[in-house]
Design a binder for this molecule. Sequence first.
Ligand SMILES: [Zn+2]
Length: 476
Amino acid sequence: MHFKARYRGRGVAIRVGKIAGIPISLDYSLFVIFVLIAWSVGDILMPAEYPGLAVWAYQAIGFLSAALLIASVLAHELAHSVVAKNNGLKIRRITLYLLGGVSEIEGEPSNPALELKMAAAGPLASVALTAVFALFWQVSVDVGAPPLVQAPLEYTAFVNGVVAVFNLLPAFPMDGGRILRSLVWRRRGDLLSSTKTAAVVGRGFAYVMMVAGALLIIFVDIVTGVWLFMIGWFVSSGGQLELYQTALSESLRGTRAGDMMTTKIDSVTPEMTLEEVSQRVLILKHNGFPVVSMGKFVGCITMDDLRRVKRERWPEVKVEEAMTGREKLLTVGDSDSASRVVELMNRNRVGRIFVVGGDGSTLVGLITRSDVIKVTEAREVRAGLTPSQKISFTVEKGMDFVIEQTVDPGLTWWVEAPQGVTLLTEVEEKTGAGHEVRRFTFQAVEAGRYSLRLLEGPKRAGGPIVRSVAYTIEVG
Ligand SMILES: [Zn+2]
């Protein structure tokens, strides 16, 4: 398999070294699967295949078989990564974990032919390993080597064949699914629609895997069943997320930070008091202001910064004492790509990025998440990719109101804070029905009509927005 970096289940991994210049990491969950394989091979499979051996011999066969399988999975991933690397893509690392291996490849293959080569390399490596180990096994049988040698060779030849066939299932984002996408892509010439097709087919296979996994759990073998079920679940969510990611990068293609930014900026000076800033917050209904001193961009002050200072000290404390300094803020240049802006926002979970010009000390613009959404939403909604929902309701002035959304596995919601509406609390809770919900409590102190938006995306930083819900709130 080779899933994208940003969608991999991220546990704690230890780096063990580099092969062909590619860092290799072992996730702790790998040790779980190692023990499970060693145990199922040594205690269940082999006593049936080769009866009458000593217990230590079965354990040694189990251990050797597990080690050879994991080395084979590594070779499979190296095949993907080396092809990608030779074609100019950056490999962050290869991680081996519970469900197999992951090559973390940065960026997308630029054309269908490269995608095909990259995707096919892994299963081809597994086929080659099957042939090599089958040959060794044949030799070991011919020379009458002990079961301790024969058995692990036989097992490794067999499982590499299984790995090759399994990975060739057209279950995007698994290898076979990527091969399917590359073939459709070559015919249609359109990456986004090909990804959509591959994701739909992939989801079908994912459901089959989950049902088959459940049946295995009930009737045959819990370990294999759970593993298959997890892969099915991972394929269905991974394919969907990768589809959104492709949609997002396609809709941002060619767009620069300068095209998205707002240039009309209300700023404050370092000498102003917090009291004066709080007045401006009320009048202009902004949550924060950039701080500019004699034309130079020096920091940013937000309502959060104000709240850290006791209310009665606001008339005497100056902005420069309470602000967040320029060096701690996220900035981009106006010619930076829009994808970079989105990546920075998502990775750091922030809603605003400052655009600086020239030597980096002049503020030329501001990009909020709404600016990004404006650019991407139209295209995504038109492509039917971001289900977008609109809800309207009325609340009384000064009353708290609550908005909640069910949390999908691995995802979370965050709020695009509108001006004039204060977010009081946000909590995640389990409902009686066992669903996770994220509950936001707001307050609007002034009458008017407000728009706010909830966005859903992966909990782990770096992923795309998968769903957005727009609310129109009438406060009166
Ligand atoms: Zn693979």
